[in-house]
Structure formats: C-alpha cells, structure tokens
Design a protein around this ligand. Sequence first.
Ligand code: NDP
Length: 443
Amino acid sequence: MSYVSRTLDELVKKNPHEPEFIQAATEVLESLAPVFDADPRYEEAGILERLVEPERQLMFRVPWMDDNGKVHVNRGYRVEFSSAIGPYKGGLRLHPSVNLGIIKFLGFEQIFKNSLTGLPIGGGKGGSDFDPKGKSDREIMAFCQSFMTELYRHIGASTDVPAGDIGVGGREIGYMFGQYKRITNRFEGVLTGKGITFGGSLARTEATGYGLLYLTQEMLRRNGRDIRGMKCSISGSGNVAIYAAEKAQALGAKVLTMSDSTGWIYDKDGIDLQAVKQIKEVNRQRLTEYIKYRPHSEYHAGKGVWNVPVDIALPCATQNELGAEDAKILIKNGCIAVAEGANMPSTLEATHFFLDGGVLFAPGKAANAGGVAVSALEMSQGSMRLSWSFEEVDARLKQIMVNICEQISDASEQYGFHNNFVIGANIAGFRKVADAMLSEGVI
Ligand code: NDP
C-alpha cells in the first residue's frame, strides 16, 4: 500500500465524523503521490502523518446574553494547524454549520494556500456555530467580546493572527480587536481585516474577490484567451462574491448571476452591483429585494446559478455548493473556466469532471489566496507602523496572483500534467511547507 493510501486510511479511522476534512485531505494527498515517488525523504521524516494532524486544536465555551436577557452558549474553535513557515494565519467563521471537521478542512487548506502566496504565514482557522443572522449590533458585540475573552490567550501578532471569513467582516473584527486590546493592554496586529483607522490595510476588503479575477485573467491569458466580453456566473453575495463581481465588470466581463443562502438572481443586462451592495452590505437584507431595483431581472428561490450558460463560473459562497450535475451542465453549456472564490465549493466529483472536460479549473487554495495575501501585507504594514496606498497594495496583490498562476502551472507541467492546477497548487504549496518541516526536525 502506498504512503498516501496508508496515511489516508489512518486519517479516516481517526476522524470518521469529519467528512469535509477527509474530502480536503484526500484531494491534496492523492495529488502529492508523484512528489513522494520522486523523493523518499518526505516519507522517512513522516511529513504526511504530521501534516494531517493539527499542531493544536482549541474548543471552548462562548456564553453571551441576548437583548431579552436570555443566556446562550455557543462553541468556539481555533485550530492551529501548521506553523512550519510562519505564525498560524486564517479566518474565523461564524455560521450555524460550523463544527470541528469544517474548521479542520479549512485550516488544512489554509496551509497550502498561505504557502502559495510566497509570504511567511502558517495555517490555521477558527470560528463558532453562532448564527449572526438577525442579531442586533449589541448581540453581535456581546458574542464577539465573549469569544475573544477566551481566544486572546492563544493568539498574538507573532503566534496566531485570525481574520474574517463567512459571517465575520469589519464589524466583527472591530469588536474582537477592541476586546483583545482591552484585555491585553496591547495595540498589536493580532487580527487582520481591521478598520483603516486602527491598523487595517487598504484593499483588504476587495482582496479576495479582486485576487480571484487577477488569477482568472492570467489563467485565461496564458491559454490565449481574453476575459473581456466573457459571460460570468457568480454564486454568493458576500465579501468575496461582491468584489469578484466588481473586478470582473472592471475587466470587461458581464456578470449574470449572484446568490445567497435562500435564492439567486439573474440579470441578463449584467448585475447592478450598487444595488447588491445596498441590499447585502448596507441593509443586510435578502436578494429578493433585487427586483425592486431591477424590475426586468429574475429572482429564483433555491439553487440554480450553474444552469445559466456562461464562459466563466466563479463559485464564491461556501463548500460543496457545486456538484457533479452542476459541473456537467456548465461543461455542456460551453463553460471554459472555473475559479473557486470560496473554499472547496466544488465536490471532488465536480472537480474531476472539470479536469477531464478540459475546463481551466483554479482551485480555491490558489484562486482565493488574495485575501490572506493582503492580510499578510496588513501584518507587514502593522509591524512597520506604515500604511501603503490602495494602488500599492492592489499592485502587490496582482503580482502575487500572477506569481501563483505561474507556480501552479509550472508545478503541473513539471510532473507531466498539462493545465492541472489542482495538482499544481497542491504540489507547489506542499513543497515549501514540507521542506521547512524537514529543516526544523521532528516537531
Ligand atoms: P460572507 O459571509 O461575506 O458571504 C457568504 C455568502 O455565501 C453569502 O452570500 C451567503 O448567503 C452565502 N452562503 C453562506 N453559507 C451558505 C450556505 N450554506 N448555502 C448557501 N449560501 C451560503 O463570506 P465570504 O464572502 O467572506 O466567504 C465566502 C467563501 O469564500 C467562503 O467559502 C470563505 O471561506 C471563502 N473565503 C473568504 C475569504 C475572505 O477574505 N473573506 C478569503 C478566502 C476564502 P447569505 O447572505 O444568505 O448569508
């Protein structure tokens, strides 16, 4: 039995109730087989067994009181997965679906993503099963303060630097940062995604979505295509989706769809992003409101974004939102490129359909790395006590995404695969982390 199969068997035995983690680990490990065949040192040093076991997993109680004086208890998580190449870095997710397996899958992916950015950041992830929907500002603050009252003792600017993810934007980061500062009496860059007036970086809000489009543009360019004039479907209408749509439009593509957890919109003339921003960012409403702004558009309850014929599909909502049937329909309708704004939005089956169908497919760990890359730039600016201009951060982001595209393409070719960016991203991300682990000894 191969090294990869043995490690995966053991992983499934040890973590039977964590399907998302098993899915993410299977995708990564299976594509690393050629690396182990070429270099026995990794197996001799037990790199894989160590890599799939987080360095530290924290679970804690988060009690808070609602506006009616009722006490609630949520479960908080922080998984510090790998510090091989830098302090743990990765977002915090607030969503009722959050459990340890989901945080582990996200933390595991984060190791390779962070490595691909070329910046010195390790992998981690955290969050809670708290549902921010429908909560007042005061309730959100109460939760965030309680969450940080435990988390603060485990994190630090050179130890572990959390950021936002689903359900955690500037408001939540602000409340958490305030509480960290109050407890520790230290003003340090312990969280990224902070407001501009207290240590945040310009372009952090836009970074994941813009970065996704820079990588998509480069992937198309390397294959002789121009994004200008292409039709594009986007799922989600959160931070990643909104700024992906903004940059797609700026680059001359037409965005036909967006969605939220209850339904999706189709606008044949191209999505009116100002309307979406007003609905989601300002009013915090459902996308059903969109037809009030654009009466000719369509709203559909449930799923369906991937049925619309497009050239490019950008899943930007959540894990496993694009299945095998969706992939088949996209391919049948002539889709030539898929780039994942969300983490693991395509199932393993869908991914195989795209690769076998000749679709240019950029996996999340490469395609959505722009967010964490600018988070690392926020850490650099924080350490220097300097702020770069929007243009400077954006230019660095673009360069990082172009470099990632080159790395994943080169790694794919080096191992004899043409345009297999899944294998390319896993191998390129892995090598740097594994080589650091070899140098650091058995820890
Ligand atoms: P947001 O909370 O801002 O937005 C999430 C969007 O996806 C919302 O439109 C939400 O709908 C929808 N959504 C969430 N959960 C589900 C679900 N279970 N089913 C259907 N729709 C759902 O999150 P982000 O935009 O920050 O994150 C989106 C994805 O991108 C996640 O996978 C995240 O891990 C990944 N990511 C984010 C980065 C960042 O910088 N923010 C960086 C890298 C990756 P509704 O409005 O109804 O809640």
